[in-house]
Design a protein around this ligand. Structure first.
Ligand SMILES: [Zn+2]
Length: 314
């Protein structure tokens, strides 16, 4: 069964004009203030069809944002996948071979495998290594509220809570459970490292409001680190909701099926059946189990659903 296609509200322009940056690495642009301060990497298009990050990166480049302190690097991570966009199949160009956000282990990067994503990750490795802090901009296939995803370290929580947009936080206490995302590359996975690394999921891939969220979060994060001036009109953070990632399930079988249609943020009682995954049942491991990012169309080997537990307010 093919799900109906959502409206494509954001025009996907040609990025060729952004290819030659000033770093020697295609689609990576760096601006040094000449003053001491943090080096922040704003990373867009880790997934080819998650175009809100592309809009935010273009906003920075087109409007000539320059850091007041430190260094700003702006990158379009996976333009090869982005360029494979087909409006009739807008979910298909998320990746070409590998998920670019699951291959950031030394084992994969130093290994013998080859793919467009591994080649690009190897190119981007020094870009990531040079940064002190990373904002990795993503979006979701379903139209749900925006949320942060980050390793459950104080340094990450402090940044996300201080920005407060989005107001929903998904904390990874023990990795993602399926490969190594960019925000867990190298020192970013270590409890004692200094750098913050955050994913922001800005909303549904193709909505204009999602791109607006990506720009707003990017500017607030740069302001948080002092690279740009804060806008006095930004509202202070409101109440925040936090969830702990408990389980990541991968589709094992073509007959994977949720017990009811899900888009994300539905809750299940402890023991309640959420999905059938071939011979396995996926059941809620806790009360108020809240699901994130249910797959829109199951593909064997790709992620099916994340199970989380709501946390009390900090
Ligand atoms: Zn993504």
């Amino acid at each position: 069964m093919t799900a109906s296609l959502p409206a494509l509200e954001v025009i996907q322009g040609d990025l060729a004009a952004y290819r030659h940056g000033n770093t020697g690495i295609d689609y990576v642009h760096r601006f040094a203030s000449g003053r001491p301060g943090p080096h922040v990497l704003v990373n867009a298009l880790t997934h080819g069809n998650e175009i809100c990050g592309m809009v935010a990166a273009r906003h920075l480049l087109d409007s000539g944002v320059r850091p007041l302190i430190g260094t700003l690097t702006v990158g379009f991570a996976h333009v090869e996948a982005y360029d494979a966009f087909d409006p009739a199949r807008p979910f298909d160009n998320r990746q070409i071979v590998h998920n670019l956000n699951r291959i950031w282990s030394d084992e994969m990067l130093d290994g013998a495998d080859d793919s467009p994503e591994l080649r690009r990750a190897r190119e981007l490795r020094p870009v990531v290594a040079a940064a002190d802090h990373i904002l990795d901009i993503h979006s979701t296939s379903q139209d749900v509220v925006p949320f942060w995803v980050y390793p459950d370290f104080d340094r990450n929580a402090q940044v996300a809570m201080a920005i407060g947009l989005p107001s929903v936080h998904l904390l990874m206490g023990n990795g993602l459970g399926n490969g190594t995302p960019l925000i867990e590359h190298g020192a970013y996975a270590r409890a004692d490292a200094p750098g913050a690394a955050l994913v922001v999921e800005c909303g549904q891939h193709f909505k204009r409001t999602t791109a607006d969220v990506a720009i707003a979060v990017t500017m607030r994060l740069l302001a948080h680190f002092g690279l740009v001036a804060a806008d006095p009109s930004w509202p202070p953070p409101g109440p925040q909701r936090r969830f702990a990632l408990l389980e990541t399930h991968v589709v094992k079988s073509l007959d994977f099926a949720f017990t009811r249609p899900l888009i994300g943020f539905e809750t299940f009682a402890k023991g309640e059946l959420i999905a059938r995954n071939g011979p396995d049942e996926i059941r809620a491991p806790c009360d108020d189990c809240t699901i994130f990012m249910p797959t829109r169309e199951p593909i064997v080997g790709r992620e099916a659903v994340y199970l989380t537990q709501p946390l009390t307010a900090p």
